[in-house]
Design a binder for this molecule. Structure first.
Ligand code: SF4
Length: 264
């Protein structure tokens, strides 16, 4: 995630969360409601095609639904070759089948085949229960609880977290979990309480992280949040070293071609 910790906002304050979301809604339109909301199915969605595009993930999920089914017992009974075939949609397909079996096993052995009761648990317990499944950390657990409309939290993946940090909500820390908590703490006083608004905010932030606020090369020049963004303001004020020309450039070329001094 591009560094922002050393790039503090200069003159203008960050936008309010509601203002930023309204600007993103104007840019991308109102998102469709999430396609998958059941907690067990969301866990399958996260794992069925790890590290791939949304389109490929949707294809893999549809294959699983059509060829196997989305119930734990059906997945456990599915031939390995069928799950391996589905896993080929992922960039890292090798572990997909094993993870799908593992998810089905945990759901059956620890939760009696249904995860719906988890939704009624207090937030901390619900997150801990969901984190028993592969690839589900705290952010994914919060997203599952949000999309299932169980707890009003702003569950964000890395694409959604990045714009929030760059806008100035929290700061990037040494590890992902600390950055996530920093952003969540900063945004908490401004969070809407209703599920529709929270889900929309999570979806728009994620889309912004995928389309303009990319990890390596954010396209700030095309972003309507630029004038209120800490990262863009800091980037715009960074001194850029001018490319040397003429005799200075020739001196640098000569210096670069000299053999390095022999080590002592
Ligand atoms: S201005 Fe740049 S860094 Fe800021 S939110 Fe937009 S794309 Fe991201």
């Amino acid at each position: 995630m591009g560094g922002v910790s050393d790039r503090e906002p200069k003159a203008r304050r960050r936008p309010a969360l509601a203002e930023a979301i309204a600007i993103l809604r104007g840019l991308y339109g109102k998102p469709e409601p999430p396609a998958v909301t059941d907690p067990f199915q969301q866990i399958l969605w996260e794992n069925v095609a790890y590290l791939t595009s949304d389109a490929k993930r949707a294809e893999a999920f549809a294959m699983l639904e059509q060829n196997v089914g989305l119930e734990p017992k059906r997945i456990l009974a599915a031939p390995l070759s069928t799950l391996q075939q589905i896993g080929r949609k992922a960039i890292l397909p090798s572990g997909t089948a094993a993870k799908l079996y593992q998810i089905a096993e945990i759901a059956l052995e620890e939760f009696g085949g249904t995860l719906r009761p988890i939704l009624k648990l207090p937030l901390k317990n619900a997150k801990n229960a969901l984190r028993k499944f592969p690839s589900i950390g705290e952010p994914a657990a919060e997203k599952i609880l949000l999309f299932a409309r169980a707890h009003p939290v702003l569950g964000l993946d890395s694409n959604g977290l990045r714009p929030l940090l760059r806008l100035g909500f929290g700061r990037e820390e040494r590890n992902y979990a600390a950055s996530y908590h920093s952003a969540q703490e900063a945004v908490a006083p401004e969070l809407p309480r209703d599920f529709d608004s929270l889900i929309e905010a999570a979806q728009l932030l994620r889309r912004h992280g995928q389309e303009l606020c990319k990890r390596s090369h954010p396209r700030c020049e095309a972003c309507p949040l630029r004038g209120r963004c800490a990262y863009a303001q800091a980037a715009g004020t960074e001194p850029t070293r001018s490319r040397p020309t003429g005799s200075r450039r020739r001196r640098e070329i000569v210096r670069s071609r000299r053999p390095a001094p022999h080590p002592k």
